[in-house]
Design a protein around this ligand. Structure first.
Ligand SMILES: [Fe+2]
Ligand SMILES: [Fe+2]
Length: 476
């Protein structure tokens, strides 16, 4: 004889990588302590717990929890695959933080109207209460209670409890009722609740080759549109276009400061270089950034995010014009930009840093006679920390690229910037700091590219917001 369970209810429990778990914990802790989070405390209509950060529709975005979003979407996609459901693109419909103080519990409820729901545990001390999923067939539950035939296996149990753990995700179909046991610990239990739905279809509209790009116009969504596939055009983003040359416009009354660093590195500093430093910070700080170097076994996306944004430049550009004028005035050289684009270096820490500066390097490229590095600091005043450091290569005592450095680099790859580790290793063995230029909002720093330099972060900062520096090179 064999008894077959004829219907089943899927439940998924998955633990996130401990490194990512710790990064999420740091971000949530900082977010909860921020002005913003405290302003947004509104009880969720779905959860009965008192303290819920429900006001922003997406706490994942508000608290910059992209790694959690990626993890959840990935897990949910595999969950649907396991259920042999047709593949579909998923998105987070809503996400919010629940804080259970000692003694708090949550009544039974479901998240009807969504596809999948889940809970991710940020803090889960011992005895803080399990999430419990009662058998959704109420009649059977009562029967088990009444006949005292309840057991612990799949055929006899009345409910199933999952113990929360920091970094654990519990996912189920949204209709499934659940409740949370009383927090019997003396610490808070912090979880992030998320509802998922199928994402609206994406329609890519690209201009024909060779045709001029249309001026972006924000139009209200229309019932029907002229796209070839006949799908109504969906606006799935609040992103707004901007004119690069306007956003990064240079001020007219520039004050040139030729202050050599340590009396040896001929740096040029121009303060208040940009007309709209705050706006530039806002826009580049909000743009999604992709990885810069990302080597197998490297530390990028493990210890920190080392990313870049690249913007095309169209002449005339006032930053290029100002740099040309300064180089002509100081070095009597005519220069041109090395690239038809400018980069924003976008760096954020996940874990504590391991050095005060990144791997020292020079910016020389082949086939140029002279090259000048131009860096504009974009962070707000309260975000600024460190700046740019300059170095002497101990082996030769040189401040600039020379033979002993090139030879040493061939012998020991740790001297070079390989992309494996932003912080490098054993910096003190090879490098002596000769001086630094402070990061000041809207400040332009220029120096001949052959000088050894590196990003300098003496404080353990840049966890909550990225370190943003615009960089371009002038060559001749
Ligand atoms: Fe819930
Ligand atoms: Fe550099």
């Amino acid at each position: 004889m064999s008894i077959t369970p004829i219907f089943s209810v899927p439940l998924l429990v998955e633990d996130i990588d401990p490194t990512v778990r710790d990064a999420i914990h740091a971000k949530v802790t900082a977010y909860l302590a921020s002005e913003r989070a405290n302003r947004d405390i509104v009880p969720s209509p779905e959860e009965s717990v008192a303290t819920s950060y429900y006001q922003p529709a997406q706490v994942l975005t508000d608290a910059d929890l992209r790694e959690l979003e990626h993890f959840v979407i990935g897990v949910a996609t595999r969950f649907l695959e396991e259920l042999r459901l047709p593949g579909r693109r998923l998105e987070i419909e809503r996400s919010w933080i629940n804080i259970f103080k000692p003694g708090a519990q949550e009544a039974q409820h479901s998240h009807d109207g969504s596809l999948l729901s889940c809970s991710y545990y940020v803090e889960a001390p011992k005895d803080c209460g399990c999430i419990v999923l009662p058998d959704p067939i109420g009649a059977r539950r009562s029967y088990r209670q009444y006949t005292k035939t309840a057991g612990s296996d799949v055929l006899t149990r009345r409910e199933i409890a999952v113990e929360p753990q920091p970094g654990r995700l519990v996912m189920f179909e949204s209709w499934l009722p659940h409740y949370v046991q009383c927090n019997k610990s003396d610490q808070v239990r912090i979880s992030i609740a998320m509802n998922l739905r199928e994402a609206s279809p994406q329609v890519a509209v690209s201009p024909a080759r060779g045709a001029a790009a249309p001026t972006p116009v924000i139009e209200p969504p229309r019932e029907s549109s002229a796209t070839s596939v006949g799908v109504p055009r969906a606006r799935s983003s609040d992103a707004k276009p901007f004119l690069f040359n306007e956003l990064f416009e240079v001020r007219q009354d520039l004050q040139l400061n030729e202050k050599p660093i340590g009396n040896v590195v001929p740096t040029i500093v121009i303060d208040d270089f940009l007309k709209h430093p705050e706006e530039a910070r806002d826009i580049v700080g909000r743009a999604p950034a992709a990885n810069w170097k990302h080597e197998k076994g490297g530390r990028n996306f493990v210890d920190y995010y080392d990313c870049r944004l690249r913007f095309p430049i169209r002449p005339p550009n006032s930053m290029i014009a100002a740099a040309q004028q300064v180089i002509r005035q100081v070095y009597s050289l005519n220069t041109r930009p090395s690239d038809a684009s400018m980069d924003v270096n976008w760096f954020m820490q996940i874990h504590d840093k391991r050095a005060d500066f990144a791997v020292p390097h020079n910016d020389m490229t082949e086939n140029v006679r002279r090259s000048f590095t131009c860096i504009v600091y974009l962070n707000r005043r309260e975000e600024c920390s460190g700046g740019t450091a300059f170095f002497r290569f101990k082996k030769s005592g040189s401040l600039v690229l020379d033979e002993p450095y090139a030879k040493a680099m061939q012998e020991d790859s740790r001297i070079a910037e390989t992309g494996l580790d932003y912080w490098g290793g054993g910096a003190g063995v090879w490098w002596e700091t000769v001086g630094t230029v402070d990061m000041v909002p809207g400040r332009l720093l220029m120096f001949p590219s052959e000088y050894f330099h590196a990003a300098y972060h003496p404080q353990n900062s840049f966890f909550e917001f990225p370190r943003l520096t615009l960089a371009f090179w002038m060559v001749c």
